[in-house]
Design a protein around this ligand. Structure first.
Ligand code: NAI
Length: 505
């Protein structure tokens, strides 16, 4: 079934942050939109707010005055459900409460014509469950926009057990005509984004809880080495800890307490204290006018290094070599097992083991492990961890080498899979499980994570690039180190490794 035409009449119920944004998107795309809220005057006020925003854009030369007027002409506030009877699509964005949503849709079903599509913007409730009381549950779907709806490109088109696939395709095409990047998802807790993104927060919170590093250092690593737009602490401060913790708790409960989604006590404490982030002036960071953002802690070195020895194939780390050569270092190549030696230090890419464990397993001394970077050819900050026997001189030599390549070095405690590697491994693992369980296609999962939360790469494509065998090894080492189910590798990773295939194949 193709997209709704511009003549299709749209209704949005709930004129809060999301409803107003969705109404604006549909009106800008050329539809007549009616907006309704149970609070008298709220819909008209929401349209006045849209007018204000559009007028600002006209003043800044970002929007034609005629486009603003045309959008406003298409928006109509209404005060009762019976004004929506001739709608072709009704999108609900009211309070996040199953019973209230169910009741609203039952009422709508009795009022509207049988071909009207019913959609919910819920972010945490089951579409199957919302549709359960309807005479025609097949016409109810999820249409999950992200906040702010006029800005964020992603829309998850969510199908419940009874949803009609033709209507899902119609909403998908319609969202695309509205300038969005839609994806299909099956109704499962957290859909795609709110599920797959959980480890992004959870792993940083765990590293902080275990004293691996401070917030500013971990945020800087995720940004500068991982290529994420923000680190987990600055991002959760922005989202609000009540909201972010609430989503984690709801996903954790919905998956019957699967430890992969276990909420963090550190974040709970912030919520308990009312330290909700930017909006309360204090979260992991302070936001008072005079507050200074703490700097990441990084190592300095006075060691002099003139060259290094590369033993065997460094894999991804090989991208560092042109940078070292360009800095004038002499590089000697010989056979070996993927190690980089400088002075007393032995450097290697983390495989998920702690440095001391790997040093002991392999009989190496002064072993220094490097964290993952999105691009070793460009990266300007990297985390390291050191085996317990690493001398001050060996550490200095390693830091001096990386500094010569233009890389700042942050030392973490000896923690398995460091910061970026464990975050990416866990994101990829969750994405693989979502793929295994048929929540969405590989392409849609990756698109959702890029468009919904701005990840620099889709987690499945990232996993394919790193090599699934390597990723599986990292996860197995994490699971071995912690002895926790939380780090269990997805069956799909094991299967694809055994088959010699990628996740996108
Ligand atoms: P909000 O609290 O800003 O707005 C909800 C509006 O719905 C209020 O104006 C309220 O008066 C009205 N309302 C409540 N019950 C109603 C009813 N029975 N009939 C008509 N109007 C009613 O909430 P927000 O943030 O806009 O969220 C709305 C929905 O969108 C929720 O289901 C939420 O989970 C979902 N959502 C929220 C996102 C966010 O970042 N805020 C992101 C994606 C989805």
């Amino acid at each position: 079934m193709s997209a709704l035409t511009k003549e299709a009449r749209i209704a949005v119920i709930g004129a809060g942050a999301m409803g107003a944004g969705i109404a604006q998107v549909a009106a800008q795309a050329g539809h007549r939109v009616r907006l309704l809220d149970q609070r008298p005057g709220a819909a008209a006020q929401a349209i006045a707010n849209i007018d204000q925003q559009l007028s600002k854009r006209v003043q800044n030369g970002k929007l034609e005055a005629s486009a603003r007027q045309a959008t406003l002409d298409r928006l109509q506030p209404v005060e009762s459900l019976d004004k929506l009877v001739d709608s072709d699509l009704i999108i609900e964005a009211i309070v996040e409460n199953l019973e209230v949503k169910r009741q609203l849709f039952q009422e709508l079903e009795s009022l509207c014509h049988p071909s009207c599509i019913l959609a919910s913007n819920t972010s945490s409730l089951s579409i199957t469950s919302i549709a359960a009381g309807l005479q025609h549950p097949e016409r109810l779907l999820g249409l999950h926009f992200f906040n702010p709806a006029p800005v964020m490109a992603l829309v998850e088109v969510v199908s419940g057990l009874a949803s009609d696939p033709a209507l899902a395709q119609c909403l998908y095409e319609t969202a695309r005509n509205w300038g969005k990047k839609p994806v299909h998802a099956r109704s499962t807790p957290g859909f795609i984004v709110n599920r797959v993104a959980r480890p992004f927060y959870a792993e940083s919170l765990r590293l902080l809880q275990e004293g691996a590093a401070d917030c500013a250092t971990l945020d800087a690593l995720l940004r500068e080495a991982g290529g994420f737009a923000m680190g987990a602490f600055e991002l959760t401060d922005l989202i609000g800890h009540d909201v972010n913790y609430g989503v984690t708790c709801s996903v954790f409960a919905a998956y019957y307490g699967d430890t992969r989604f276990q909420p963090s006590l550190i974040q709970k404490e912030l919520v308990d204290a009312g330290h909700l982030g930017r909006k309360s002036g204090q979260g992991f960071y302070r936001y008072a006018a005079d507050a200074q953002r703490p700097a990441p802690s990084q190592l300095s070195s006075s060691a002099k290094v003139e060259g290094c020895v590369v033993e065997g194939d460094l894999g991804m780390l090989g991208e560092l070599l042109p940078r070292l050569r360009q800095a004038g270092l002499e590089i000697i190549q010989r056979d070996g097992s993927g190690l980089l030696r400088v002075g007393d230090a032995v450097l290697a890419l983390s495989d998920g083991r702690m440095a001391s464990q790997r040093a002991r397993d392999s009989g190496l001394r002064n072993l220094i492990l490097l964290d993952l970077a999105l691009d070793y050819g460009q990266v300007q900050r990297l985390a390291i961890s050191c085996s317990a026997d690493t001398s001050a001189l060996a550490q200095d030599q390693a830091v001096a080498l990386l500094n010569r390549a233009g890389i700042q070095v942050c030392r973490l405690s000896d923690t398995p899979a460091l910061a970026v590697l464990r975050t990416v491994a866990m994101l990829a693992n969750e994405a693989a499980d979502a793929l295994l369980q048929g929540v969405a296609s590989a392409v849609d999962i990756d698109l959702a994570m890029r468009a919904g939360v701005n990840y620099p790469q889709g987690p499945l494509a990232w996993a394919d690039r790193l090599g699934l065998g390597y990723l599986l090894q990292v996860l197995e080492h994490l699971q071995g180190a912690y002895g926790e189910d939380r780090y269990r590798p997805s069956l799909l990773l094991r299967r694809r490794v055994a088959e010699g295939r990628n996740l996108h194949d």
